[in-house]
Write a protein that binds this ligand. Sequence first.
Ligand code: FMN
Length: 148
Amino acid sequence: MKALVIYDTNYGNTKKIAKIVAGKLWKDTKLISIADLKKKDLKGVEVLIVGCPVIGWNPTDKISQFLTGLKDNELQGVKAASFDTRMKLFFFTDAAKKISKELSRAGTTIIARSQDFYVQKVEGPLRAGEKERAIVWAADIKNSAKGK
Ligand SMILES: Cc1cc2nc3c(=O)[nH]c(=O)nc-3n(C[C@H](O)[C@H](O)[C@H](O)COP(=O)(O)O)c2cc1C
């Protein structure tokens, strides 16, 4: 499967999760920072994973710009999933669901529940157990990609 993991990060925590997920998918899965993403990187991609930190209830600006730049149904036939990293706050925030919503609008089929991974403080590190959860999530994606 030709898979691509796109991530954004301020302090490196989201990159860590993205790297684990990419490493657990298929052998030639690509990992690309949104800062380096070129339109041609999306060509022929069968499975697309997008992740970024929650910034003020939302995906990062770069990820939002990328998503809103996708035309309706432009990614028809692509299987997709999204994740975010965030803090445990006394109010609920989310970016991953918003990413999946936009990926759906762009025509992808969402094949796994959007996933949240937690950091201890703004700059991290990731909370205990989050790397292991990333491995499990990647396995889910791999399984559903086969089935759909
Ligand atoms: C300006 C700013 C706004 C943030 N807003 C939120 C928020 O609304 N909800 C949340 O859970 N975390 C929020 N955070 C914490 C980030 O989600 C956290 O820094 C991120 O998960 C770390 O990942 P990174 O190392 O990949 O940047 C915010 C962080 C910054 C710097």
